[in-house]
Design a protein around this ligand. Structure first.
Ligand code: NAD
Length: 326
């Protein structure tokens, strides 16, 4: 890309990146990570002592996809009162040949769609082909994206859902309705007992799903835990499961696997990067009775992957917005 810095707005991203493109970009970068062609740099995340905000950077380099850069952003709890999204992010892409800033890309929609793509990739590669009931634990902003992306991976016949704040469920039910999937609001226990695939996407700090509720053959995509101390599922589930993740280092430090690793019921060596399954160097699910668990912690390379696709598409569109620092 030449001729100045490309500006790709949130609206541009929504027009340029759909679920299919996000899925392909995230699947490819997970594969590149497992081959050693792409790596994430250490994450910075700080409470800044102002506006109760958490702020930081996720960054990395994908030598295969030639994406270099970072996502800057965080969480401003007071934003909702100002009519703004609490989570705010922007992706910066740099030219890997020169280090010059290539593009500034709105990161809010991209975060939602790349996180949904992550659990969708896990379902595509690990869930039983005959999965028919999709379970949702969580009903916030991100849950709506997760549901749409998951629904495309198997021939689901219904959605069963539970959320700690039941008043949030009607919005998720409307999404399910809009894609023609019957939706039932049930207890957390019944999500565990009925669903073939379960996505957890909450801000919980204690287990919402207990071990006894999970049936053999279930696939779980645990997506909400992205910080030390958060937890969505009983750690004992991991000890029964074949465990996959986007990145092992994050899984055991800030992901859901921090808990079974801390209590000694799981070791780092028991966790496989999902990229190995994508690259066919690990068989993934080998038995219909296995519980498979994907710990989706959210890595910077996912953001760069979808932002790079958005930037390329914007550059190829008739009239991209550019500014110059010169
Ligand atoms: P949101 O604020 O829109 O929704 C929050 C969800 O968590 C709701 O279901 C709410 O009922 C539930 N919740 C809130 N407080 C809770 C508590 N104390 N205990 C249990 N549940 C609680 O948020 P969102 O954008 O939907 O994000 C949901 C979670 O996903 C957050 O933890 C966020 O950090 C995480 N996230 C992860 C990734 C990733 O890549 N893994 C990406 C984006 C967001």
């Amino acid at each position: 890309m030449t001729d100045g810095i490309l500006i790709v707005s949130e609206g541009d991203c929504e027009r340029l990146i759909d679920r299919t493109r996000a899925f392909s970009a995230v699947e490819a970068v997970f594969g590149a990570m497992a081959r050693g062609d792409a790596y994430n740099f250490p994450v910075i995340r700080e409470a800044i002592g102002y506006a109760d905000a958490l702020y930081g950077f996720k960054s990395g380099f994908d030598k295969a996809g030639l994406a270099l850069g970072l996502k800057s952003g965080g969480y401003w709890p007071g934003n909702a009162d100002k009519g703004l999204t609490n989570h705010q992010s922007t992706v910066f892409l740099f030219d890997p040949d020169t280090g010059q800033l290539q593009a500034l890309v709105g990161g809010n929609y991209l975060t939602a769609i790349r996180t949904a793509a992550s659990s969708a990739v896990s379902i595509a590669h690990l869930a039983r082909q005959d999965a028919r009931v999709l379970g949702m634990i969580g009903a916030g902003h991100q849950a709506q994206f997760q549901l749409r992306a998951a629904a495309e991976q198997r021939s689901f016949e219904k959605v069963v859902a539970w959320n700690p704040h039941p008043e949030m469920l009607p919005k998720l039910a409307a999404v399910s309705d809009s894609i023609g999937l019957p939706f039932e609001s049930v207890s957390a226990e019944d999500v565990g007992r009925q669903a073939d695939v379960i996505i957890t996407i909450t801000s919980a700090f204690e287990p919402l799903l207990l071990n006894d509720w999970i049936r053999p053959g279930t696939h779980l995509a645990c997506m909400g835990t992205d910080t030390k101390g958060k937890q969505e599922i009983d750690a004992a589930i991991a000890a029964r499961a074949v465990v996959f993740t986007d990145e092992v280092a994050q899984s055991i430090s800030i992901g859901e696997m921090q808990h079974p690793v801390a209590d000694g019921s799981l070791s780092e060596a028991d966790i496989t990067p999902i990229g190995a399954v994508i690259n066919a160097t690990h068989p993934g699910r080998t038995d219909a009775g296995q519980i498979t668990l994907f710990d989706g912690t959210g890595v910077g390379l996912q953001d760069l992957a979808v932002a790079a696709v958005a930037a390329r598409s914007a550059a190829e569109s008739g009239n991209p917005t550019r500014v110059s620092l010169a």
